[in-house]
Write a protein that binds this ligand. Structure first.
Ligand code: MN
Length: 264
């Protein structure tokens, strides 16, 4: 068993929600759609719980509730995103010239009076976050990626032996698809970016049929080969989540597209 890879069985129900970035209101609405008392009804958040670019950042309140629920419920799962990772490795990340890792530390001081012990507790929680979910009915979930550097199952399993400075793990936290999804004309050319073929190869290696990620803001959802990118809250007009019957095989993307739900 591996506490960074959650494996879900072929029964029950699964809700998948992507990046919330401190939107407490959306978080609470998603929680209301889930039944915490049913151990076979799982909810997975795909990382990036924290760091809002907007004025009323509720990342601290959201995180406090997530930590409480994570302790209490075995059917509640939160994957690591690049924004949580930045605090683990103490890496500055910038958005519009703002150092958002530092901003989060200011936010903690503002909400709690002091930065400690909260920041230490949060980093401990971030280190406990799993990276991936794999379901028996054919799905693989991560924050971003896949990594083109995974050529075998040994490469993939190597992620779990290393630390947080791992180029393959980096890809699963940061990488965006090669095709531009934002309507811009130029195609991104970074050789690390993945394409539909990379998704297909990766899914073969880990033995899954389809993949779901967040990370890249899209309008609701976007299909990219055998990958579905969803936006449940952040920078989207249509907020989308997935509602999956774990007893039904997800063999093709059309099976996964049937699980898309709009949220308002
Ligand atoms: Mn992200």
């Amino acid at each position: 068993m591996n506490d960074k890879l959650i494996e879900l069985p072929n029964y029950g129900r699964l809700m998948v929600v992507s990046d919330l970035h401190g939107n407490l209101n959306d978080y609470e609405k998603y929680i209301d759609l889930w039944d915490c008392q049913d151990p076979d009804f799982h909810i997975v958040f795909l990382g990036d719980l924290i760091h809002s670019p907007y004025f009323n950042d509720k990342s601290v309140e959201l995180l406090d509730d997530v930590i409480e629920k994570d302790k209490k419920y075995s059917n509640f799962h939160v994957l690591l995103g690049n924004h949580e990772w930045a605090h683990i490795v103490h890496r500055d990340i910038f958005k519009n010239g703002e150092n958002i890792r530092e901003d989060f530390e200011y936010l903690i001081s503002y909400k709690k009076g002091t930065i400690e012990p909260a920041i230490t507790e949060y980093i401990r929680f971030f280190k406990s976050m799993p990276f991936f979910v794999k379901t028996e009915n054919g799905l693989f979930l991560s924050h971003a990626g896949p990594s083109r550097k995974v050529k075998s199952i040994e490469d993939f399993n190597g992620i779990f032996d290393g630390d947080y400075h791992n180029p393959i793990l980096d890809d699963f936290l940061w990488l965006r698809p090669k095709r531009n999804l934002y309507g811009r004309r130029n195609i991104l050319t970074d050789s690390n970016l993945y394409d539909e073929g990379d998704i297909f190869n990766f899914l073969n290696i880990v033995g899954a049929n389809c993949m779901v990620v967040g990370h890249s803001p899209v309008d609701g959802y976007k299909q990219y080969g055998n990958q579905l990118i969803i936006s449940s809250s952040f920078q989207t007009e249509d907020k989308v989540y997935l509602d999956i019957d774990l007893s039904k095989e997800i063999k093709h993307m059309r099976d996964l597209l049937d699980c898309i739900r709009y949220f308002d």
